[in-house]
Design a protein around this ligand. Sequence first.
Ligand code: ZN
Length: 244
Amino acid sequence: MTHFTVVSPHPDDAALSLGSTLAWWHRRGARFTFLTCFSRTRWAPRAASNGDVDSVTALRRLEDEAFAARFGEAARHRALGFDDEPLRPAARGAGGAAQRKEDVEQPLLVALREAMARHAPEPGPWVLPAGQFHRDHLLAMVAGIAAAGTHPLVFYEDVPYVLGVSMESVRRHMTGVSRRAGRELHALRFGAFDRDAWLSGVHCYRSQFIEDELADFSARLVARSGERLWADAQALSVMGALFV
Ligand SMILES: [Zn+2]
């Protein structure tokens, strides 16, 4: 049975970007470990506790656990506990001089990679954000590639951000991801877009969205023929077993 280590930069990213695909894999007996990287946050625009780090972090963890519970025994969820971008100190040195963002983030990347590797002991494909639009998504992608080591790699396009950009822009970005991963990547989809599965997944995240936003996202997903992934050759051969 195929096991997927699914890396979600924030709570809700796996549901937004992979809701239909995860349902398709689950129906074929796949198992999942969900790793939420930047789970410490004050962002909950639709909840009364918005702005309070401890209560929002706890609330969003419950939302993540409810999402994982949809897959029953086949899934487990781990919150890695890193601060999301608005909670991190700005990239400034003691004298106020701006440091290179990459230098400031190096220790964070190392810690993130180690946490991922510690919580994902099972072999099988790693499923990572493409990391095109948001700093936390980029960091999760870079750390994920390092943590995955020689395991097969799959990347998902970051919803909702990707809904507003051209396929050409995505393709250019994926060329860079491919270079960074040192693997050739192939675009693919799993089944037709399952709007019902997608909606019932994102409904676990009531602190984040109102119904109109979700209807808009899902309509735009339908318009672009659903969730698209990019897989290396090793992942394609492992996942081939799901098709039979
Ligand atoms: Zn996110």
